[in-house]
Design a protein around this ligand. Sequence first.
Ligand SMILES: [Ca+2]
Ligand SMILES: [Ca+2]
Length: 224
Amino acid sequence: MKPKFNRKNFAIVLVSTMAILSGVYLIAADHIDAPAVTGKGSDITDVYAFQSPATSSNMVFVVNVQGLLAPSATAAASFDPEVMVEINIDNSATKDNVEDLVIQATFENGKVQLYGPIAPIQTGLNSTLVTSGGYIEGSVTAYKGSVAVGEKNGIKVFAGPRDDPFFFDLEAYSAVIGGTASGFNNPGNDTFKGTNVLSLVVEVPKSMLGTGSVNVWATSNRRK
Ligand SMILES: [Ca+2]
Ligand SMILES: [Ca+2]
């Protein structure tokens, strides 16, 4: 029987070329999330999608979870084996924000298992692991450990703790929203400096994603 996953946490929708801007847009809501998911394996902070700087025929997807990890807590942090992270890709000619392809990641015993990209069995609130397509596995990189990358059929996967790349001045933002400041300062204050996330990074040939542009979003899904 195929495992089924419930969607617990919906992250963001973005167009690949807008990945960085979209990440900025989402900061306030997604690093400090609802109590039910904050700090849990299903808590997505940011999603990035961009062309590989090294290989222009590849796309890179990054999904970060478990934000605001203090360095002292990072070594003990781990991906939740009950949570599947799904990268959803809408590549239809007329973008309908319904995924046509999914890339699915699960985590178990220090390994990351990656399925797809492949057409989903179902769209919407639930996901089913699609085990009939491409599959690769990699070791989860330990905190400050040497980087492990799984690679097969032109697809690469990395999973492990990373310094949160997100820059946001939360104090200045709060002051602007509160009416006590008219704008940001230069330089600003990097509120998330020093904190870590658990990153899933996937690189795939664009040829596996269809033709034309794509809409990309990520979900985390808890096993049921
Ligand atoms: Ca679609
Ligand atoms: Ca989905």
